[in-house]
Ligand binder design. Sequence first.
Ligand code: FPP
Length: 243
Amino acid sequence: MKPAAASLVDTGTVCRHLAIIMDGNGRWAKARRLPRIAGHREGVEAVRRVVEAAPGLGLEVLTLYAFSSENWKRPPDEVTDLMGLLKHYVRSEIEALHRNDVCLDFIGDWRALKPDLVQLLEDARARTAGNRRLKLVMALNYGGQSELVRAAQRLATDVAAGQLDPDAIGLDALESRLDTAGMPPPDAVLRTSGELRLSNFLLWQSAYAEFLVTDTLWPDFDGPALARSLDEFARRERRFGGR
Ligand code: FPP
C-alpha cells in the first residue's frame, strides 16, 4: 500500500498511534429511517476500510472505542446486536488480519464478557500476537476511570505483597499497570460525528494527544477521510507542555 498523503511524510509529523471514538452510527441509521443496528453494521464496514488504510498512512497503532463500560445502559437488544457484530467481525476478519500482518489486541474489562466471546478474543490475540505491520486495539467494556481504578488496585496489591515500595510509585509504576502497558500513547484522538467529548476514553494516555473532530458520521468514514484527519494532525504544532 502506498502512502495516501505525501504531506505526512514531508513534514515528518507522523501519527504513530491514533485512537478513534467511532460515533454517529445511530444518526446515520435514523437519517435513513433504518434501525440502529443498520448503522452499527455499516460501522463495521467503516472499521474494515480504516484498518486497511491505516498502515499505508503511517499508523503503527490504531485503537478503536468499540464498546464502552457505559454502553451497557443501552437497550438490551442493541447490546446483543453490538456483541453479535463484534463476534462476527473477529470470526470473519481474523484470517485477513493475520495475512496482512495485523496484531489484534484488546483493552478494557473484556475478560468479563460472555465466556464464548472471551475465548474467541483470546484465540484471536494468540493467533496474531507476532504480527508487526499494525497493532489494532479494540476497547471493549472499556472506561478510562475503571482502568485507572484497576491500575490502582494492582499497585495496592503489589505494595501489600511487599513487591513495591510506595515511595517508588511514579508515572512509570502506574503506566505499566494500565491496560495499554507497553503501547505508545495516542498522538491523536479522533471523534467522528462532530461531538466534542472524550467520553471516558483513554483518560491517562491522551494527556498530550491532539484532539481531532470530523462531522462525518462513522459509517461514512473511510481511507480518504482518515488521510484528511491525519493531514490536519500533521499541521498541528505539538509542545507537550513546553513552549
Ligand atoms: C456510536 O454510535 C458507536 C458505538 C456505540 C459503537 C461502535 C461500534 C461499531 C462501529 C460497530 C461494532 C464494530 C466492531 C468491529 C466491534 P452511536 O450509536 O452512539 O451513534 P449516535 O450518537 O448517532 O446515536
